[in-house]
Design a protein around this ligand. Structure first.
Ligand code: ZN
Ligand code: FE
Length: 253
């Protein structure tokens, strides 16, 4: 299993540091350079590559300074993206190899149109698409696109570890409980998360198996229409309609 550590940035961002042999590491979504440079220095490591999931500033602002400090690195990011400071532009189905690990690239539009996820080494770097207990807001894409993106995660092995970019789990579990009042797995996980956050303990990584049991957006098709408040409730018992309704409800929660 790959070794991954969290570097904190901003209020609730995690810059994931994937550890390789010979003191090299790969970072994902460096929204800031300073905490990454500090981490590298403290650990006596060098940077091999950067993976970018989407163009938002809180995922990309550190790239320029990290490239200046480590000119040899490879920056990977999505093709057709407003963020263009990449060495290798990736599309759905591409594979990349770094530190001896192979990652498959999957397009997961919805939060943004350029969003990609990196799947390999027993984990997924899910950016702002799949959060623990939630999903990203629909800034650019449609509910239909995001629901399609959810299927990418549902197809992964249950043991796959989920490394998303934000510590949103506590608020997500409040909504998960409101939308799934009879889901025992949600209530017990909510208590675990509350205990962890009360002690400022990270709630990640999650696993695909856990998310399939608790995440209302990943299991929108399993949520009964009656669980959705009347002002958000769709006419039809269709997965996409329920997903869209849950997303709108959460935006107003
Ligand atoms: Zn974002
Ligand atoms: Fe973000």
């Amino acid at each position: 299993m790959a070794q991954v550590e969290a570097i904190k940035a901003y209020k609730d961002n995690y810059i994931w540091a994937l550890q390789g042999s010979d003191n090299k590491l790969v970072v994902v979504d460096p929204g800031l350079a300073e905490p990454v440079l500090d981490y590298l220095q403290a650990q006596g490591k060098t940077l091999a590559a950067i993976l970018i999931t989407h163009h938002h500033w809180d995922h990309t602002t550190g790239v320029a300074a990290l490239k200046l400090a480590y000119p040899e690195i490879t920056v990977y990011g999505p093709k057709n993206s407003p963020f263009t400071d990449v060495d290798v532009a990736l599309s759905d189905g591409d594979t990349i190899t770094e530190l001896g690990y192979e990652f498959q690239v999957r397009a997961t539009p919805g939060h943004t149109l350029d969003h990609i996820c990196y799947i390999g080494a027993g984990l997924v770097f899910s950016g702002d698409t799949l959060f623990s207990g939630g999903c990203g807001r629909l800034f650019e894409g449609s509910a239909e696109q995001m629901w399609q993106s959810m299927q990418v995660f549902r197809d992964l092995d249950d043991n796959t570890q989920v490394y998303c970019t934000h510590e949103y789990t506590l608020a997500n579990m409040q909504f998960a409980a409101a939308s799934q009042p009879h889901n025992e797995a949600v209530l017990s996980y909510q208590h675990q998360v509350e205990a962890k956050r009360a002690q400022d303990i990270i709630t990640l990584p999650s696993t695909i198996g856990l998310e399939k049991r608790i995440n209302p957006f990943l299991r929108a098709d399993a949520i009964p229409l009656g669980a959705i408040p009347p002002q958000f409730r769709p006419q039809d018992d269709e997965p996409v309609a329920k997903f869209a309704a849950l997303r709108t409800w959460k935006d107003n929660f």
